[in-house]
Ligand binder design. Structure first.
Ligand code: LRH
Ligand code: MN
Length: 424
């Protein structure tokens, strides 16, 4: 299904006066509101192709109905999100779940929905039907050279598909590690993994980047061979200028200070991008901003400070991607909420009075520094984010529009109630 612009304009007209009153009230107290709106309009978040169906856990999966049954329908669904918020202009594919049957046709379909292809994701954490060698004991770390080579070949194949689709980056997340003390020689595992990543790096086109994603645990529960930001930075530094770290918010040990990690990786010019989600315990892959919106704000605060310090283009110079899995929510509603939460955190981070904060820091006025930060965090910017959408032709209230148009019912009507999307 496709959404007609006239339908969005119609729904916006119903919300116009209330929105206008809200926006004018809040904008009146903001010095840089126009600059913030311009930045919000430019800021696009890539949607993961594997998060458009109902996820699940080992304990169960509850179908949502109307799920995309192939790559074309996944692109259609991201097209729906982008039409509603004009902030989801890219899709991140996972291979082999999303192998394009006809790359040119797929590329044209994406362009028709205003979408480009963000980072490609390889998969050496599952054994595919007919696969020669198993990844049970890891992929690039594996003691068996044949398994390591198979994993390298797969990543080079993913790059091939990415080139055909116009992507220019590869995310490598390795489930490699160990689940029991004694199982693994950590040094050999690191060396094998580095050699494998070097072979993949050698296959990168000139203008490509490779993102090394780290994770503290799962599916291995004693060690992970890319277990934290330090290990990812070590690999990325040894690989070369096209290699960067990728920060998945759910991949940290409890109470990790992610905003400090982000500020240092950015300072070191080795922060490549994000997988945004939220969590209370582990890699829960929950709606962005649903558990710890203040942490998300603090992360964006470090991003804005660090990117400004290096004169970076906020919208283009880092990979902004969501990585989520939906067990009980409608995936499209969850993703609309996540993009909104990211835009709100970014807008609040742009409102911080930099000069006053520096003065407070230079004079160790800890209380004033907190007050300056929380002044921005406690500023309701929802009407500013909505105004950015209105100006870009999107829905003032994407979630309201999604429900008013009964999109899930239409998708169930078109695709059936039981089909399962490939992905997690
Ligand atoms: C691993 C991960 C990785 C993806 C997978 C779907 O937890 O975050 O980014 O490949 O989820
Ligand atoms: Mn991830």
């Amino acid at each position: 299904m496709q959404i007609e612009q006239s339908r969005i304009d119609e729904l916006n007209a119903q919300l116009e006066s209330g929105h206008k009153r809200n926006f004018e009230f809040y904008a009146a107290s903001l010095t840089n509101v126009e600059a913030v709106i311009d930045k919000l309009i430019d800021f696009q978040v890539a949607i993961p192709s594997w998060a458009l169906g109902a996820g699940g856990t080992r304990f169960g999966r509850f179908s949502i109905g109307g799920e995309p049954g192939n790559l074309e329908e996944k692109i259609e669904d991201v097209g729906l999100l982008h039409k509603l918020n004009q902030s989801s202009g890219a899709i991140s594919l996972h291979i082999p779940w999303d192998i394009p049957s006809d790359a040119a046709k797929i590329r044209a379909l994406a362009a028709h929905h205003g979408l480009v292809f963000d980072a490609m994701n390889s998969n050496t954490f599952q054994d595919q039907p007919g696969q020669k060698l198993s990844y049970k004991y890891g992929s690039l770390q594996n003691v068996d050279k044949g398994v390591r080579q198979q994993a390298v070949d797969h990543n080079l194949e993913v790059i091939k598909y990415g080139k055909e689709l116009g992507s220019n980056s590869l995310t490598v997340w390795l489930s490699d590690g160990s689940s029991f003390p004694g199982q693994l020689n950590f040094r050999k595992a690191f060396q094998n993994t580095l050699e494998g990543l070097q072979d993949i790096y050698a296959g990168l086109p000139e203008d490509w980047k490779v993102f090394v994603e780290y994770k503290a645990f799962e599916p291995n529960f004693y060690s992970m061979s890319v277990g934290d930001w330090g290990q990812s930075l070590l690999y990325a530094s040894k690989l070369g200028p096209k290699a960067f770290t990728l920060v998945d918010l759910g991949h940290h040990l409890p109470n990790a200070n992610i905003e400090q990690i982000v500020s240092l990786l950015l300072m070191e010019k080795k922060l490549g991008g994000f997988h945004f989600n939220d969590s209370k315990y582990g890699d829960d892959d929950l709606t962005v901003g649903s558990m710890r919106p203040y942490q998300l704000f603090l992360i964006f605060r470090e991003l804005v400070e660090g990117m400004n310090a290096r004169g970076m283009n906020h919208a283009k110079d880092l990979g902004w991607m969501i990585d989520a899995s939906h067990n009980i929510k409608d995936p499209l509603e969850d993703l609309l909420q996540s993009v909104e939460a990211i835009q709100i955190a970014y807008a609040q981070a742009l409102l911080v009075d930099d000069k006053a904060l520096d003065e407070a820091r230079e004079s160790n006025d800890v209380v004033r520094a907190q007050e300056i930060l929380q002044q921005a965090f406690r500023t309701d910017v929802r009407s500013v984010v909505a105004e950015a959408r209105r100006r870009s032709g999107a829905a003032i209230d994407p979630l309201g529009a999604y429900r008013a148009m009964k999109i899930r019912d239409i998708l169930i009507g078109e695709r059936g109630a039981v089909n399962k999307a490939t992905g997690l």
